[in-house]
Design a protein around this ligand. Structure first.
Ligand SMILES: Nc1nc2c(ncn2[C@@H]2O[C@H](COP(=O)(O)OP(=O)(O)O)[C@@H](O)[C@H]2O)c(=O)[nH]1
Ligand SMILES: Nc1ncnc2c1ncn2[C@@H]1O[C@H](COP(=O)(O)OP(=O)(O)O)[C@@H](O)[C@H]1O
Length: 202
């Protein structure tokens, strides 16, 4: 039985990293894919934990080798998901979260028809600006660029299966847990579980 593949997409600053980390602390059966990026690490970010930070040359070499399940240029940097890691994690039955942008989500959907797309939105653009500024990790120019892209990001909401409004954090986290729970109750997984149960009882 393979795991569920969940795609999480949001405008920068909407709160997806905070939500994902809170989910991972509470749920031992879900794993987060660590992306490769050419973006410089933010203060406190750890190589191999937040991202695999690589040079543009290294990224391009991996891309040419077909190492990425999907990749995209987002806000001026390259990002990509390791295909090998994802396939291994799914094969061992673990649920996998991809924290990627809408371009990557489009590519993954084409490869995994069963992938579940979740779009996270801030309650307003004013709140988004406050969160980006409050995070205190990006220059004013970077914040401006990400805010300017937010409307375009949000215009892709309709391509996703679920939308979570991250206003109150605990409510948004409960919503995310509910979506994961619903995924685990999908017929293919449940049919396999039910068959195992039936066999062991008979
Ligand atoms: N397509 C794609 N997008 C990614 C990947 N990793 C991160 N991103 C997206 O890149 C954007 C910027 O991420 P980041 O620089 O960490 O900024 P943050 O979202 O503000 O924390 C976000 O929309 C991420 O979802 C990836 O592997 N593939
Ligand atoms: N529901 C919320 N209410 C208030 N602040 C939040 C909420 N969710 C996230 N934040 C804060 O907003 C900022 C951006 O969140 P982050 O998880 O880094 O966003 P993203 O990964 O989508 O860019 C962080 O400082 C985080 O603590």
């Amino acid at each position: 039985m393979t795991g569920n593949l969940l795609i999480l997409t949001a405008p920068s600053g909407a709160g997806k990293t905070s939500l994902v980390h809170a989910l991972l602390e509470r749920d031992a059966h879900v794993r987060l894919s660590i992306s490769y990026t050419t973006r410089a690490p933010r203060p406190g970010e750890v190589h191999g934990q937040d991202y695999h930070f690589v040079s543009v040359g290294e990224f391009m070499a991996m891309h040419a080798d077909g190492a990425f399940l999907e990749s995209a240029e987002v806000y001026g940097n390259h990002y990509g998901t390791s295909e090998q890691w994802i396939r291994e994690a799914l094969t061992t039955g673990q649920d996998v979260l991809l924290e990627i942008d809408w371009q990557g989500a489009e590519q993954v959907r084409r490869l995994f028809a069963d992938a579940v797309g979740i779009f996270i939105v801030p309650p307003s653009l004013v709140v988004l600006q406050q969160r980006l500024q409050g995070r205190g990790q990006d220059s004013a120019e970077v914040v401006e660029r990400r805010l300017a892209a937010a409307r375009e990001d949000i215009s892709h909401m309709g391509e996703f299966d679920y939308v979570i409004i991250n206003d109150d954090f605990d409510t948004a986290l409960a919503d995310l847990q509910a979506v994961l729970r619903a995924c685990r109750l999908r017929v293919n997984d449940q049919r396999a579980r039910h068959a195992e149960l039936f066999t062991s009882l008979s």
